[in-house]
Structures are given as C-alpha cells and as structure tokens.
Design a binder for this molecule. Structure first.
Ligand SMILES: Nc1ncnc2c1ncn2[C@@H]1O[C@H](COP(=O)(O)OP(=O)(O)O)[C@@H](O)[C@H]1O
Ligand SMILES: [Mg+2]
Length: 232
C-alpha cells in the first residue's frame, strides 16, 4: 500500500503561511496531500499560560471544525489533532481563496458567496459562529466552497455573534474589494435566505446594522477575549 511506502505518517514540507498566532505548512499524511496548522510558542507569554492557550485553541479549533461538519458545512477533513504538539493535520485544499477569486473571476466569486451564505446559515442554525468570516478564510475548490480557520469560533453563539460573522464578511470585502461589496453581499444573503428564510435575514441584518453603528469590531472582541484569558 502506498501509505506504507512513506515510512512516516507525517512528513512536513514548506511553509505556506505565517500569521500572528499560527503557521500553516504543506505536508503529507500517510502520503496524502495535507497541511499542518501549528501554533508555535509565544516568548512574550508566561510559558505555562502559553502552553495552556495553545493547547486550548488547537483543541477548540478542531472541535469547531467537527461541529461545522455536523451542521453540513464543508471543512477540510481533520486527520490528526495533537494537543501536545499544538498541531492540526488536515486535508490540503487545492483551491483559491475567495479573496483572490473576487479579483480573478467575479462571476465564480458571486456563486461562491451564495454558497458561503447558505453555509453560514447552516452553521448559525447549529449555534456555531465562525468568528473570523473573512474572504481569506474561504477556499474555493472547483465549484465547492470550504470554510477554514475556526480558531475564533464559538459553539454556544448568540444572535450578535452571527451578526458579527456577517459584519466581518462585509468588512473584509470593504477593505480589499470595495467595488464588489454590494453584489457579493447580495449573493451571500440570497444563499443565507435559501436556508434560513427571509425573516431570519431581516433580523440578522438589523443586528448587523446595530453592530456597525456601535463600531463593535472584531479587534475589540479579540482584545477583550485575550484580556480575559491571559490575565489569570
Ligand atoms: N486545509 C487547508 N488547505 C489549504 N490551504 C489552507 C488550509 N488551511 C489553511 N490554509 C491556508 O492557510 C491560510 C492560513 O490558515 P488559517 O487557518 O486561516 O490561519 P490563521 O488563523 O493564522 O489565519 C488560509 O488563509 C489558507 O490560505
Ligand atoms: Mg485565517
């Protein structure tokens, strides 16, 4: 069998992405194309708190991916969660991020936005908020749409969290693709409406408006969440 020929279960290749909290590497898992998302230590945190945070966030992310899967949302298959190494090994999606697709092929991007809207509605109906629903965290493979990056997801979310998802989606469009905000949002909401119904969308958008008026942005949420966790 091919998998045995690898000799090692996990082979880690080149760096694909380095963010503030995590790195993503190309990898092979029993010879299958995979990626490894790792949360490296942060020297500015107390070592014990750092260890605890990285463990918790790794496990929470994998748990949220599984909750999304159960809600009928496409996410990469999770192959391994290792809380000791702070890694998640998952299926490698050979696609293009929605952020790039908007510029490359706006017609396909509109269709992806519609699918994304339906996925968000299913996620929200299951009580899950993604927490970082930006166009960079949506990967389009052919005509399939996948959500990645569940590191800030909440499994007991409320209506404000759902509205924050939509707000973040809008803001990511505003900051990188200002010419496409209206049509992309329209498609997203069409997809959302198909799953959740018109009343749900009206209610959701009322809250989105409130959030935008209040200027309750993700950075503030993130700062307050970090503040709570990091001050023992
Ligand atoms: N399963 C995957 N397959 C292919 N690319 C991925 C996969 N997961 C993440 N990526 C790429 O790596 C980037 C960073 O991963 P992400 O989970 O969003 O990390 P961060 O929390 O640092 O934003 C994503 O925007 C995407 O381009
Ligand atoms: Mg991301």
């Amino acid at each position: 069998m091919e998998a045995r020929l690898c000799g090692r279960a996990l082979e880690i290749g080149g760096l694909l992405y380095r963010g503030a909290e995590a790195e993503v590497y190309e990898a092979r898992w029993f010879c299958m194309p995979a990626v490894v998302k790792v949360r490296p230590p942060k020297p500015y945190r107390h070592p014990r708190i750092d260890e605890l945070l990285r463990t918790r966030r790794t496990v929470a992310e994998a748990r949220a991916m599984y909750a999304a899967l159960r809600a009928g949302v496409s996410v990469p298959a999770v192959y391994l969660v290792d809380p000791l190494e702070k890694i998640i090994v998952m299926e490698r999606l050979e696609g293009i991020s929605l952020a790039h697709l908007v510029e490359a092929d706006s017609g396909r991007a509109l269709e992806a936005a519609r699918r994304l809207g339906s996925m968000a509605a299913r996620l929200h109906a299951a009580g899950v908020a993604h927490g970082d629903l930006t166009t960079s965290n949506v990967v389009v493979v052919g005509d399939e749409v996948f959500l990645v990056d569940f590191g800030l997801a909440s499994l007991d979310a409320d209506e404000d969290d759902y509205a924050v998802d939509v707000h973040l989606f809008m803001r990511s469009l505003e900051s990188t693709h200002p010419d496409h905000v209206e049509d992309m949002l329209k498609s997203f909401l069409e997809g959302y409406r198909q799953v959740a119904g018109g009343d749900a969308v009206e209610n959701l958008m009322r809250r989105v408006e409130e959030i935008r008026l209040m200027g309750r942005y993700r950075e503030e949420r993130r700062r307050s969440v970090w503040g709570q966790v990091e001050q023992p």
